[in-house]
Design a protein around this ligand. Sequence first.
Ligand SMILES: [Zn+2]
Length: 297
Amino acid sequence: MARSLVNARPIVPRARRGLLLRIVSGFAWALCLSLAAMAPDVLAVLPDGTVTASQAAPMIGILVYHRFAASADDSMTVRVVTFEAQLAFLREHGYRIVPLADIVAWLRDRSATLPPKAVAVTVDDGHRSVYDVMMPIVVRERIPVTLFVYPSAISNAPYALSWDQLRALKATGFFDVQSHTWWHPNFDVEERRRSPDAFRRFATTQFTHSRDLIEREVGGHVDMIAWPFGIHDDELVELAQSAGYVAGVTIEGRRLRRSDALLSLPRFLMVDGCTPRVLGRLLGETETRPPADGERQ
Ligand SMILES: [Zn+2]
């Protein structure tokens, strides 16, 4: 099921990486559903209209997508109908889709404000369906999106966006382009192959070279990183901060807390099984009506 995904990144020559991706992909759908089932129990949320950001936990979440298509040919592809249904759900339930940078600013500055129901849309890996399939929807819906790309693939791997496409995406005004490291290494694997000093140099190069290439080719300021496979630890966080990054995102699937560490922010992995109802539960929506027959999960 995940074969096309695993084959899609020839740049990274690690078998272990493919294994990890198969595990992540294979469980993505089940993970999505199980997290959705947990959300209402662990999060206290007042009914719509009775909360404000200052009175109760705001409903803030970061979503991460990978690719888009008319049909879900692999586990990391979200169908257009699913994506559009998610956007409609967010709109109808009072969510505002905000730039990820706004959420980061809110986390960094206690005086900054956000809408009480705010969601950021991110897309990892720079798949060309972001240009072919997602862009028209984003422009029509006028929603901000943050892309996390790894430059070794850009204008190189057949599945990936080109730099021209990234520039065109940025020119729409709706896309911010940020770093997913230089070539998407598995830091656990790379650490085992090197001395501590060599690994620190390796990681720093992944952070700085990615940022430099994106800033040179696309423009803008790169100071956010998506951890490949979500892998990070205190040492990597410190190295990324030293390289100038102020925020980092993972694939830990939960809502945001204002106390979250800036370099390891949670994101909900979006797969095609994340129907509007599942998405609502992930974000902490309480059921507003009993489910109809056949609608129960
Ligand atoms: Zn990735």
